[in-house]
Design a protein around this ligand. Structure first.
Ligand code: NI
Length: 131
């Protein structure tokens, strides 16, 4: 298996500004303030605490990629994102290991345009892979 490093924990929230304020009150710091991802129709913000990075993800349109997840999970962590130095090899390894890609690699504006893809496992649920 290609080496993977944890980059962030994705956290679904309905109200991103209120959620951000609440994370700040817990001692998190803003790493990257709210940006709009018009490909996925979500607002995204990155927070850091104790070396852990949390990504707040909030849909701003009914047809956002996470609108269905929001109905199911409400406000909740919903993915761990892994970064790798060899994206194609990692994607091949994960797929061989039982993960199924649920979208195609697409640039993420909130991550400096780096490619990301979401994968699902019957035993782990959803993960994100980042180039
Ligand atoms: Ni993410």
């Amino acid at each position: 298996m290609t080496s993977l490093s944890i980059h962030h924990i994705g956290y679904l929230v309905k109200k991103i500004e209120k959620a951000k304020d609440t994370f700040l009150s817990l001692g998190y710091q803003i790493e990257q303030d709210t940006l709009r991802d018009e490909i996925r129709k979500v607002d995204i913000c990155f927070l850091i605490k104790d070396g852990y990075r949390v990504e707040l993800v909030s849909p701003y349109a009914e047809d956002s990629v996470v609108s269905g997840l929001m109905k199911r999970y409400k406000n909740s962590p919903y993915h761990i994102c892994y970064e790798t130095t060899d994206f194609d090899a990692a994607l091949t390894d994960l797929t061989a290991g039982g993960f199924i890609a649920i979208d195609t690699p697409t640039p993420a504006p909130a991550l400096g345009g780096r490619d990301v893809v979401f994968l699902s496992s019957a035993v782990l649920g959803m993960i994100e892979l980042m180039s």
